[in-house]
Write a protein that binds this ligand. Sequence first.
Ligand code: IMP
Ligand code: MG
Length: 178
Amino acid sequence: MHTITVKDKIFSPFITASEIDNAISKIAVSMNEDLAGKNPLFLIVLNGAFMFAADLVKKLNFPCELSFIKLASYSGTKSSEKVRELIGLNEDLSGRTVVVLEDIIDTGITLGDLMETVKSKNAVEVRLAALLFKPKAFLKSYPIDYVGLEIPNDFIVGYGLDYDGYGRNYPDIYKIVE
Ligand code: IMP
Ligand code: MG
């Protein structure tokens, strides 16, 4: 692995593809124990979580459904007001065990709103899995049931994560060179 350039920034190697794979395998072992028989519905948060989700679900050995959702922010009636809209949640969640799959949890603000929305749709249980977690940036108190790796507050790209839309395609993860 070597340094990469994404748009105008330089990034250095941080987490290898094999370290990522090990972290995902550990999550899969836990899920295979916890979720078997619950017929869970995985809600995959686009865009960033597509690669994590693809690799994780191949390691699961119980029946489950997958669906994809996207969060879009748009301006409300007041120009300063930012509202997050949930796109693609068409499933009936009542009585379901729902597992949200996210690439990274930073401040936790984005997912906090999503978790509340999912709960309000009468899921019996909502769990959260994140490949990466920045504990020092986290401003919320909700539990993250499955965490792949805890990382410092550096900005990273690769393995689904982007800088201004680019860098998602790398199989390894890189951190910004300040
Ligand atoms: P939040 O601060 O937890 O609400 O994170 C919001 C979103 O920012 C995450 O879902 C990611 O898509 C993105 N994000 C957070 N940290 C990084 C990073 O280091 N690199 C790329 N995207 C990030
Ligand atoms: Mg994301």
